[in-house]
Write a protein that binds this ligand. Structure first.
Ligand code: 5GP
Length: 296
């Protein structure tokens, strides 16, 4: 048999590392299960823990470790929420997560509510890249705004935005369903209030990526919100990024620059300014700020 059919040789060093990692994962899982059964940790604190060893645990394994939940109750909860026996924590969908948030057996130990984080900054500063990174982080839930603007080709309803008619948007404003709303570039944008409370209640930090007028409204509606401004490394850099965007007319580019300058001037109203030189650094700083802001 040719050597290319043989599995690659694993060095002793690699094998030792894998064994050590597996042992660490087992210890981590045992620790969280102990914390759960002793009532020291809530189910949701564990669910939101980003460590891979935890995210890869089966929901069943974690549920059955909760104090007061025996195999029958575990089975009932799994069936009621359509969670398959092999489902892992990291694979739970948003409806399942929110439904678990209503299971009384999981609410016996309080979960510290997640922080409300508002992120704003001038167009072209890289907010959407930061948001994308946090979408896959189990500690966060990224709010889905409503808007009256038309969807772009890559966007889908309920994921990027809820695309609403003018009439529906007006109805929601009148019914007080928005935490904030504002007009931007000829369309209206608003943050639905209800999901924010639900996600915070299960300990997720809720991230709003909104423009500055909306950020001001959130500040007055909820003074506990943490306002974070994302700034470019320099004004020149922002000009370059804006100029590189699209193939707009000179007037539109000038309008975008003027708007960018006005947006930059609002930075002082925010609690923190993070300079987006390196996306990973900004994301790490944002996670640290959200975590330290959380009231436990
Ligand atoms: P775009 O149309 O490019 O997706 O977004 C335009 C602007 O609207 C961006 O500055 C974005 O941050 C802001 N925006 C998105 N959703 C909301 C929202 O719910 N409320 C407010 N006030 N602004 C939003």
């Amino acid at each position: 048999m040719s050597s290319s059919f043989l599995p690659p040789k694993i060095s002793a060093e690699v094998r030792a590392k894998a064994v050590a990692n597996a042992a660490l994962s087992r210890r981590t899982r045992a620790e969280v299960k102990e914390g759960l059964s002793a009532g020291k940790l809530s189910f949701f604190q564990i669910l939101n823990d980003p460590r891979q060893a935890i995210q890869r645990m089966r929901v069943k394994e974690l549920l059955s470790a909760v104090a007061g939940i025996g195999p029958t109750r575990c089975e009932t909860i799994m069936v009621r929420n359509a969670i398959s026996p092999s489902r892992r924590l990291g694979g739970l969908g948003r409806h399942q997560l929110l439904a678990l948030g209503k299971e009384s057996a999981l609410l016996k130990v309080d979960t510290p509510p997640g922080s409300l984080i508002v992120m704003s900054g001038p167009g072209g500063v890289g907010k959407s890249t930061i948001t994308s990174a946090l979408r896959t982080d189990p500690r966060f839930w990224v709010s889905v705004s409503a808007t009256t603007r038309a969807p772009r080709a890559s966007e889908s309803n309920g994921v990027d935005y809820f695309f609403l008619s003018e009439q529906k948007f007006t109805q929601m404003v009148a019914a007080g369903e928005f935490l904030e709303w504002a007009e931007f570039a000829g369309a209206r944008y608003g943050t639905p209030k209800h999901p924010i409370q639900e996600w915070r209640a299960i300990g997720k930090h809720v991230l709003l990526e909104i423009e500055i007028e909306g950020a001001r409204q959130v500040r007055s509606a909820d003074p506990s919100a943490l306002l974070i401004f994302i700034a470019p490394p320099s004004w020149e850099e922002l000009q370059n990024r804006l100029a590189a965007r699209g193939s707009d007319s000179a007037e539109r580019q000038a309008a975008r620059l003027a708007l960018g300058a006005a947006e930059m001037a609002a930075a002082t109203e925010f609690d923190h300014t993070l300079v987006n030189s390196q996306v990973e650094d900004v994301v790490a700083q944002l996670v640290a700020l959200a975590t330290s802001h959380q009231v436990s």
